[in-house]
Design a protein around this ligand. Structure first.
Ligand code: ZN
Length: 192
Protein backbone atom coordinates (compact mmCIF):
# COMPACT_ATOMS: atom_id res chain seq x y z
CA UNK A 1 0.00 0.00 0.00
CA UNK A 2 1.39 3.40 1.04
CA UNK A 3 -0.45 6.71 0.85
CA UNK A 4 -0.34 10.00 -0.96
CA UNK A 5 -0.66 13.37 0.76
CA UNK A 6 -4.39 13.58 -0.08
CA UNK A 7 -5.07 10.24 1.59
CA UNK A 8 -2.96 11.24 4.58
CA UNK A 9 -4.93 14.49 4.87
CA UNK A 10 -8.20 12.55 4.73
CA UNK A 11 -7.00 10.37 7.59
CA UNK A 12 -5.90 13.45 9.57
CA UNK A 13 -9.40 14.86 9.13
CA UNK A 14 -10.98 11.72 10.60
CA UNK A 15 -8.47 11.66 13.44
CA UNK A 16 -8.92 15.35 14.30
CA UNK A 17 -12.71 14.92 14.37
CA UNK A 18 -12.32 12.15 16.94
CA UNK A 19 -9.77 14.13 18.96
CA UNK A 20 -12.20 17.04 19.01
CA UNK A 21 -15.11 14.97 20.29
CA UNK A 22 -13.01 12.94 22.71
CA UNK A 23 -10.90 15.60 24.38
CA UNK A 24 -12.24 19.03 23.37
CA UNK A 25 -16.02 18.70 23.77
CA UNK A 26 -16.41 19.17 20.02
CA UNK A 27 -14.21 22.27 19.79
CA UNK A 28 -11.25 22.59 17.44
CA UNK A 29 -7.98 21.63 19.13
CA UNK A 30 -5.41 24.44 19.18
CA UNK A 31 -1.66 23.97 19.39
CA UNK A 32 1.09 26.59 19.18
CA UNK A 33 -1.72 29.17 19.10
CA UNK A 34 -3.19 27.81 15.86
CA UNK A 35 -6.20 25.60 15.10
CA UNK A 36 -5.08 22.13 14.11
CA UNK A 37 -6.10 21.46 10.51
CA UNK A 38 -6.00 18.30 8.37
CA UNK A 39 -3.36 19.51 5.94
CA UNK A 40 -0.50 17.12 5.25
CA UNK A 41 2.46 18.19 3.11
CA UNK A 42 5.40 16.03 2.11
CA UNK A 43 9.10 16.77 2.09
CA UNK A 44 11.95 14.78 0.55
CA UNK A 45 13.57 12.12 2.70
CA UNK A 46 13.44 8.35 2.86
CA UNK A 47 13.50 8.06 6.66
CA UNK A 48 9.96 8.08 8.09
CA UNK A 49 9.51 11.39 9.90
CA UNK A 50 6.86 13.96 10.63
CA UNK A 51 6.31 17.27 12.37
CA UNK A 52 3.51 19.69 13.05
CA UNK A 53 3.99 22.86 11.03
CA UNK A 54 1.96 25.95 10.16
CA UNK A 55 0.11 25.80 6.83
CA UNK A 56 1.35 27.99 3.97
CA UNK A 57 -1.19 30.71 4.84
CA UNK A 58 -0.11 30.35 8.51
CA UNK A 59 -3.74 30.18 9.60
CA UNK A 60 -3.66 26.60 10.83
CA UNK A 61 -1.31 23.99 12.21
CA UNK A 62 -0.89 21.18 9.71
CA UNK A 63 1.74 18.53 9.31
CA UNK A 64 4.80 17.92 7.18
CA UNK A 65 5.91 14.33 6.68
CA UNK A 66 8.78 12.76 4.81
CA UNK A 67 8.06 10.93 1.56
CA UNK A 68 9.51 7.89 3.33
CA UNK A 69 6.74 7.95 5.92
CA UNK A 70 3.97 7.81 3.31
CA UNK A 71 5.90 5.11 1.41
CA UNK A 72 5.69 2.60 4.28
CA UNK A 73 4.06 -0.57 2.95
CA UNK A 74 1.72 -0.91 5.92
CA UNK A 75 -0.96 1.78 6.01
CA UNK A 76 -1.76 1.06 9.66
CA UNK A 77 1.83 2.00 10.53
CA UNK A 78 1.48 5.21 8.50
CA UNK A 79 -1.76 6.05 10.29
CA UNK A 80 -0.19 5.36 13.68
CA UNK A 81 2.71 7.69 12.85
CA UNK A 82 0.35 10.42 11.59
CA UNK A 83 -1.83 10.09 14.69
CA UNK A 84 1.28 10.21 16.91
CA UNK A 85 2.31 13.52 15.31
CA UNK A 86 -1.19 14.95 15.76
CA UNK A 87 -0.91 13.73 19.34
CA UNK A 88 2.03 16.06 19.88
CA UNK A 89 -0.30 19.01 19.41
CA UNK A 90 -2.60 17.80 22.16
CA UNK A 91 -0.32 15.88 24.54
CA UNK A 92 -0.25 18.58 27.23
CA UNK A 93 -4.03 18.91 27.08
CA UNK A 94 -4.61 15.15 27.15
CA UNK A 95 -2.14 14.66 30.01
CA UNK A 96 -4.10 17.21 32.03
CA UNK A 97 -7.38 15.46 31.08
CA UNK A 98 -6.07 12.15 32.38
CA UNK A 99 -4.88 13.76 35.63
CA UNK A 100 -1.20 14.27 34.84
CA UNK A 101 -0.97 18.04 34.48
CA UNK A 102 2.58 19.16 33.83
CA UNK A 103 3.97 15.66 33.25
CA UNK A 104 7.23 15.76 31.32
CA UNK A 105 9.75 13.37 29.82
CA UNK A 106 8.62 10.10 28.27
CA UNK A 107 4.99 10.70 29.27
CA UNK A 108 4.73 13.42 26.61
CA UNK A 109 5.61 10.85 23.93
CA UNK A 110 3.88 7.80 25.41
CA UNK A 111 0.59 9.70 25.68
CA UNK A 112 0.86 10.47 21.94
CA UNK A 113 1.34 6.74 21.24
CA UNK A 114 -1.52 5.67 23.51
CA UNK A 115 -3.76 8.28 21.98
CA UNK A 116 -2.76 7.18 18.46
CA UNK A 117 -3.47 3.52 19.18
CA UNK A 118 -6.80 4.35 20.78
CA UNK A 119 -7.79 6.58 17.84
CA UNK A 120 -6.97 3.85 15.34
CA UNK A 121 -9.05 1.40 17.34
CA UNK A 122 -11.95 3.87 17.48
CA UNK A 123 -11.66 4.23 13.70
CA UNK A 124 -12.32 0.52 13.32
CA UNK A 125 -8.82 -0.99 13.29
CA UNK A 126 -8.72 -3.95 15.67
CA UNK A 127 -6.28 -3.98 18.59
CA UNK A 128 -4.49 -7.06 17.22
CA UNK A 129 -3.95 -5.30 13.90
CA UNK A 130 -2.65 -2.14 15.57
CA UNK A 131 -0.24 -4.11 17.76
CA UNK A 132 0.91 -6.40 14.95
CA UNK A 133 1.58 -3.33 12.83
CA UNK A 134 3.62 -1.32 15.34
CA UNK A 135 5.48 -4.49 16.39
CA UNK A 136 7.03 -4.44 12.91
CA UNK A 137 8.69 -1.10 13.66
CA UNK A 138 12.10 -2.42 12.64
CA UNK A 139 10.75 -2.87 9.11
CA UNK A 140 8.61 0.26 8.92
CA UNK A 141 11.17 2.34 10.87
CA UNK A 142 8.42 4.27 12.65
CA UNK A 143 10.26 3.76 15.98
CA UNK A 144 13.93 3.78 16.96
CA UNK A 145 15.93 1.09 18.70
CA UNK A 146 17.16 3.43 21.40
CA UNK A 147 15.61 6.27 23.31
CA UNK A 148 15.37 9.34 21.01
CA UNK A 149 14.72 12.54 22.90
CA UNK A 150 11.73 11.67 25.06
CA UNK A 151 10.68 8.79 22.77
CA UNK A 152 11.30 5.50 24.59
CA UNK A 153 13.01 2.66 22.69
CA UNK A 154 10.74 1.00 20.11
CA UNK A 155 10.25 -2.19 22.11
CA UNK A 156 9.07 -0.16 25.10
CA UNK A 157 6.67 1.83 22.96
CA UNK A 158 5.07 -1.42 21.77
CA UNK A 159 4.91 -2.67 25.35
CA UNK A 160 3.00 0.43 26.52
CA UNK A 161 0.43 0.07 23.73
CA UNK A 162 -0.01 -3.59 24.70
CA UNK A 163 -0.60 -2.45 28.30
CA UNK A 164 -3.26 -0.06 26.99
CA UNK A 165 -4.99 -2.84 25.06
CA UNK A 166 -4.99 -5.08 28.15
CA UNK A 167 -6.59 -2.36 30.26
CA UNK A 168 -9.14 -1.32 27.63
CA UNK A 169 -10.31 -4.90 27.06
CA UNK A 170 -10.83 -5.08 30.83
CA UNK A 171 -13.17 -2.07 30.40
CA UNK A 172 -10.83 0.44 32.01
CA UNK A 173 -11.59 3.89 30.57
CA UNK A 174 -8.92 5.39 28.31
CA UNK A 175 -8.12 8.25 30.68
CA UNK A 176 -7.57 5.90 33.63
CA UNK A 177 -5.55 3.45 31.56
CA UNK A 178 -3.34 6.21 30.13
CA UNK A 179 -2.74 7.67 33.60
CA UNK A 180 -1.71 4.28 35.01
CA UNK A 181 0.71 3.61 32.18
CA UNK A 182 2.28 7.09 32.20
CA UNK A 183 2.62 7.15 36.00
CA UNK A 184 4.59 3.91 35.87
CA UNK A 185 7.12 5.18 33.32
CA UNK A 186 10.75 4.91 34.45
CA UNK A 187 11.22 8.69 34.35
CA UNK A 188 7.80 9.60 35.77
CA UNK A 189 8.15 12.48 38.18
CA UNK A 190 6.58 12.70 41.60
CA UNK A 191 4.67 15.92 40.93
CA UNK A 192 0.93 15.63 41.67
ZN1 ZN B 1 6.99 11.95 19.02
Amino acid sequence: MSMNATQASAFAKEALALISSQFYAGDTPYACGLPMVPVVKTEPGSVPNGNLTPTDDEEGLGMVVSEGLLAIADNVAIKFALAHELGHGISEHVLSKVGLTGASGEATEVIADLNAAYLLNQLGIGWDTVIASISEWRTSQIFDTHKEGDHPPGDHRVKYVKQLRALIVRKVAFNDAARQICQALPDAGTSP
